[in-house]
Design a protein around this ligand. Structure first.
Ligand code: IFM
Length: 724
């Protein structure tokens, strides 16, 4: 990631900088994109008129570190000019976990070898833009509508072109020398600067407080509805209280870690797991109607869009550490069910057809075209074909309900999501003359093979949704008849329609041979049978094969059939899982970062901890070691979430079953102990797994939690229970 051309304090690999969750705009882009908002962190320093930057000076020392415990990014750089005079720049910054609208940037400057004239220019940069991928062109998503810089406080307000969202950014400054800052006129920025004679060796300290509000923030009401008033009020309450601001931020993080920490007795793995948790926690939309994009808050890649990555890979972490966040991720979907209905109608189907890529409105934001490896513009059909997203969302709803028992959510959102999605599948299937149902022209998780018939993963998830729809209709019909009646009336659902779901679920094709080998889709086994290159650990694309040939081969982009074992470990006998894992492991090239964690989970179902460990490390270190070579495009949030699942659900073996928890540890060599806390149905449980021995106790909530271990059922309470 490296040093930028100036003292740019952008968001490289740190706590959220200029991307504001929930602010999307189409502008000139093909689809709604996460907006790269005005940057409150921009700072320029001039020494005798020369910028302190890598373009005009040498760098004799540079270090940057991110403290994961308190989410503080620190930097120290020593620049040297042509005469060898050295200037030290140090900064420390954070966005408050206690108040998401507030951030602090502390800066220290020292001229080490001589007295010199220094000018420090602080900008709220309203010239930021997104990049139109893959063409690499800037796309501007907002116009600056207000800007001013008064003495020691500056303000800039922007409005997005398409969604008309207002973004207010205010910056206030304090300096050790009480130096005044004055406004300077400069394009689309609110700039203010201060000049002083820096004495040799003396440290000059500046604290910049920045406040950010958008017109989408639900707490804006308490500031009278104006982003400007809200920003200025936040600044007023923070300026001069730097220590208090930091202490409340620190305390909020310590509370998060208290619940979310996973202690693994391997330092390297433990630190990497902390990196995972940190990135998931900073991306969580607290109190905001938003979800998490595939790159979390680290970049605009994929337009910041929300994929199945969130529900399948990231949500389990929140489900068991911050159940309210898990709920709000699902509510993000529910609030957009109207758009999913429109999408279904637009394609001639019923119910809710969820977007493959989602942003602000819930419209399908999947780009319609892309530039392929040869530079050719090709159409993209994922919006119509990658329909497994519908089952993925229902799967997440069901998991949420199993883990929380949140009846209110089910009655007010969950049931409707399940029923409307079942309705979609029932209209999307086609009936064959032999009475079987099929799903034609879909794309499964393996995106190498587009427009295939009866992709096993997709068909299985359709069946899962339809069966769940029937089961919930019955179950809620008998336990909560009035509430079910209300939901059914709202969506005009009647018993006959549910019976049809049952009939389809029982007759949807699922291609499996007599040995239990599942064909990824119809005709897959007839394709050219090539093997992945297994010479470098986790199998990869074989270099002798041209990427354009993928479609005609059995090479698989990412876990597809194997996804089923990750998500439904109890639905397939171990022999079936083994046969398929052996077959597909040789052919899967893990071209998507989602894949390795799912393989690790599947191996753990079979007790193959060493094999799982190899895939796990690939998923866990994906960004810390830049394994895919594209971490500059942002973290691979699904892989990070998947790694958490491998540690907690896989190695430690704590899973949610219907009506109880189960625990069955399978630690790989090198990991002997894992400790963590886990929310389940209103109880926070502390697990300490040492080898096969598990100690568990309820530390918050009621207790009386049923748990299965070694085929027997126990009850967890506040007193530690030792199993194994
Ligand atoms: O959702 C994934 C998909 O499965 C593979 N391509 C990238 C997407 C975003 O991570």
């Amino acid at each position: 990631m490296g040093l930028r051309g100036s003292l740019e304090e952008g968001c490289e690999g740190s706590h959220p900088g200029t991307y504001i969750a929930g602010v999307y705009d189409k502008g000139e882009a093909l689809s709604s994109e996460l907006v790269n908002a005005p940057n409150p962190l921009s700072l320029k320093i001039y020494v005798e008129g020369k910028p302190l930057s890598v373009d005009s000076m040498k760098v004799s020392f540079h270090t940057r570190s991110l403290n994961l415990k308190h989410a503080v990014l620190s930097r120290r750089t020593v620049f040297a000019d042509e005469e060898g005079n050295r200037y030290e720049y140090a900064s420390r910054r954070y966005v408050s976990m206690a108040n998401v609208h507030l951030g602090v940037l502390e800066v220290e400057f020292a001229s080490l070898d001589r007295d010199c004239n220094v000018t420090l220019r602080k900008l709220i940069d309203g010239g930021t833009a997104n990049t139109l991928h893959p063409l690499n062109q800037p796309v501007k998503h907002y116009r600056v509508v207000d800007r001013h810089a008064g003495q020691n406080t500056s303000y800039l307000e922007a409005e997005t072109f398409d969604s008309r969202i207002r973004i207010g950014v205010a910056v206030g400054v304090e300096s050790s020398e009480k130096l005044p800052f004055n406004m300077v006129e400069e394009g689309d920025v609110a700039a203010s600067e201060c000049s002083f004679l820096a004495e040799k060796g003396r440290r000059y300290k500046f604290t910049f407080y920045f406040a950010v509000f958008t017109s989408r923030d639900p707490d804006l009401k308490s500031y009278g509805g104006s982003v400007k008033d809200a920003c200025l009020a936040i600044l007023r309450s923070a300026i001069g209280k730097q220590e208090a601001a930091f202490l409340s931020h620190k305390k909020a993080w310590e509370e998060k870690w208290e619940t979310c920490q996973v202690e693994v007795d391997d330092d390297e793995v433990r630190n990497a797991v902390r990196f995972v948790i940190y990135h998931l926690l900073i991306a969580a939309p607290r109190g905001l109607d938003a979800s998490i994009g595939a790159k979390a808050l680290c970049s605009e890649w994929y337009g910041g869009h929300v994929f199945w990555d969130t529900e399948i890979y990231m949500l389990p972490f929140f489900l068991h550490t911050e159940p309210d966040t898990a709920r709000s991720l699902l509510m993000y979907r529910y609030r957009r069910i109207g758009k999913a209905r429109e999408k279904a109608r637009g394609h001639g189907y019923d119910g809710a057809f969820w977007p493959w890529e989602s942003a602000l409105t819930g419209e399908d934001e999947t780009p319609r075209e892309w530039v392929d490896v040869d530079g050719k513009v090709v159409p993209v059909h994922h919006a119509e074909r990658e329909i497994h997203i519908c089952g993925d969302i229902v799967y997440a709803v069901w998991r949420y309900y199993l883990a929380t028992g949140d009846l209110d959510f089910m009655l007010n959102a969950g049931l409707e999501i399940v029923f409307e999605t079942a309705r979609f599948w029932a209209s999307r299937v086609s009936r064959r003359p032999d009475g079987k149902y099929e799903l034609k022209c879909v794309t499964g998780p393996d995106e190498f093979h587009e427009c295939v018939d009866n992709n096993a993963y997709t068909n299985f998830l359709a069946r899962f949704t339809l069966k769940l729809g029937c089961e919930l209709y019955e179950r809620f019909g008998s336990d909560h008849p009035e509430e079910l009646g209300r939901v059914a009336e709202k969506i005009h659902l009647q018993g006959e329609e549910v019976e049809r779901w049952r009939e389809i679920a029982e007759n949807i094709v699922f291609p499996m041979d007599s040995n239990g080998l599942i064909e990824e889709f119809e005709g897959y086994f007839k394709l050219r049978d090539l093997r992945a290159d297994a010479s470098k650990g986790v199998p990869a694309w074989p270099e002798s094969v041209a990427p354009s040939e993928a479609r005609s081969t059995q090479l698989v982009k990412q876990a597809d059939v194997v996804m089923l074992f990750h998500l439904f470990p109890d639905e397939f006998p171990p022999e079936v899982q083994r046969v398929n894992l052996d077959y597909y492991a040789e052919r899967t090239v893990h071209a998507s970062s989602l894949s390795p964690a799912s393989y690790a989970m599947a191996y753990l179902n079979l007790g193959m901890a060493e094999e799982a460990y190899r895939y796990f490390r690939h998923a866990l270190f994906i960004d810390l070691r830049n394994i895919y070579g594209n971490t500059f495009k942002g973290v691979h949030a699904a892989s990070l979430g998947g790694s958490w699942q491998v540690v907690v659900h896989g190695f430690a073996g704590v899973r949610v079953k219907e009506g109880c928890l189960s625990v069955n540890p399978k630690l790989p060599r090198g990991i002997n102990r894992i400790r963590f806390k886990f929310w389940y149905r209103g109880s926070l449980i502390e697990f300490d797994v040492k080898g096969r021995r598990v100690e568990a106790r309820v530390v918050e909530g009621e207790g009386g939690v049923p748990i299965e271990h070694g085929g027997r059922r126990y009850t967890l309470s506040r007193k530690a229970l030792v199993l194994g």
